[in-house]
Design a protein. Sequence first.
Length: 259
Amino acid sequence: MKSHSILRRRLFALGGGILFLALSGFAFGAGRMQVAPSYQHDVSRPLRELAAGDRFPQRQEREAAENPKIPNAHIDSPDPVVDRGSFLRMLAPSIPEPLLNFDGIAFPGVGCNCAPPDTNGAVGLTQYVQMVNEAYQVFDKTTGASILGPNSIVSLWSGFGGACQNGGGGDPVVLYDQLADRWVISQFASADGGAPMTDECVAVSTSGDATGSYYRYGFHLGSNFYDYPHLSVWPDAYYMSMNVFNAAGTAYLGPQPFA
């Protein structure tokens, strides 16, 4: 009954269009709060129906740009202060072997072929969902067999319109809300898919089946570059933090929390 009550409170908020609250943070100045309703919200078709017709486009491979050298690079060496014997004794408790080991989303050939791929995943009651930049896949938790995908994350936003459908840019996050038996998926976006990323797209499943339909929400956060969004599940809300840069991406303005 407790989980049902939590779910009802959340779905009540979702049905009316979530308010994305910018809590006090360095990016906007301490104590300042911004309230912004989603500019668009609806319910998607089941993902299992979208998958066949909304595959991600293949992009041409290219050599990755060389990273600039870091000045005064750190050189690893043993720390004379650390007592390695006592440190190893702290690690003595053994970690159980994995119950299941299987291949996730293949690389290259998925979405933008980005490096790093920003891999993350979540485990539900019967399913495991993995996400990389611009792609997702649903697996059977017990066998590791693929249930759906890999498919484009943008396919989740098919028919939604705006930046979420046309300019999904990556940095995906998937969480399983065990209190409500729901999946939460997010990705940042912009009007054309290029920088700066000014929008956040959030989807919450209508059931515990990750291949089913989703409540979808689009939020326009402003003109700055909102980078590295990360979600968390709490009993009273879903919380998110981002790193905020100026529109050109040349100046860091600070972290920003949302709920």
